[in-house]
Design a protein around this ligand. Structure first.
Ligand code: ATP
Length: 248
């Protein structure tokens, strides 16, 4: 990890349908080479924060009404999601979003659409994805809609990797998965972070697992950051233990 901050969210406010204030001035930073967790309960504003960053709010009738989103020192607000992908930021949405009628491999290849570096490089990255997700290799000719929830989550992360991202915004990777699979997926995220240098901003309701794998965490409540700190400090914090880790 370095001290270089890749992504900065500065005092961002989001309003839905012109009236519903959901983010009330959220600020956070994602350092290069780190895993940063965005924590909080149902409806705290985690997904809204990720969508504000990748400019995916419009279809939800949401709007950033205050603040700034900066990547590598440049404001990126209002960029098309594909422009953001070209700058190195890609979002893996909650609920996985694979193309059900395409095969696993076809899904992965759709992640490479913005690349201009040729077939050999793309094929090398497909092999890289398969080395992290051997199960996807086994299932590469299966229709994605017929694979398991865990495999679809892997497929969604693999597809994001195919754009050679510098930063992945990962929304609720544990959702709906058995504990063992959650461990497996977080283990792979850690491997990608350590070996490939991918930085992550990870929205998670599962505070326990997120704080074991992340380096730093922000806790959101009702659209505000109420606490932040190194993951190991948050895990020892009495309030975090009581309200988020289910033990006091
Ligand atoms: P979850 O884990 O359930 O996704 P979250 O922390 O990601 O929770 P958000 O999905 O960002 O929370 O939602 C934050 C708040 O914004 C909630 O109160 C939600 O009802 C509201 N909200 C989300 N999307 C919309 C929308 N399109 N229109 C109006 N309100 C919305």
């Amino acid at each position: 990890r370095t001290d270089e901050t890749l992504l900065e969210v500065n005092n961002v406010e989001v309003i839905y349908n012109h009236v519903i204030l959901v983010l009330k001035g959220v600020s956070l930073g994602v350092p290069k080479g780190g895993i940063t967790a965005l924590l909080g309960g149902n409806g705290a504003g985690k997904t809204t924060t990720l969508k504000a960053i990748s400019n995916l709010l419009r279809s939800e009738r949401g709007e950033v009404t205050k603040g700034a989103i900066v990547y590598r020192g440049e404001r990126v607000q209002g960029l098309a999601p594909s422009d953001l992908v070209e700058r190195g930021v890609v979002q893996v949405m909650e609920g996985r979003h694979c193309f059900e009628h395409l095969t696993v491999e076809e899904n992965l290849m759709t992640g490479a659409y913005t690349r201009k570096d040729g077939k050999a490089a793309v094929e090398a990255d497909l092999e890289l994805v398969y080395s992290y997700f051997p199960r996807l290799k086994e299932r590469r000719r299966s229709q994605a809609g017929y694979t398991s929830g865990g495999e679809q989550q892997m497929c969604a992360i693999g597809r994001a990797l195919m754009s050679r991202p510098e930063t992945i915004l990962l929304d609720e990777p544990s959702m709906g998965l058995a504990p063992q699979l959650v461990e497996e997926i977080f283990g792979i995220v850690k491997g990608l972070n350590e070996n490939e240098g991918v930085s992550f901003l990870l929205a998670e309701q599962n505070t326990n697992v997120a704080l074991r794998f992340a380096h730093y965490g922000y806790i959101l409540e009702s659209g505000r950051v109420v606490m932040d700190g190194p993951a190991d400090e948050l895990r020892e914090n009495p309030d975090v233990k009581e309200f988020y880790l289910g033990m006091s």
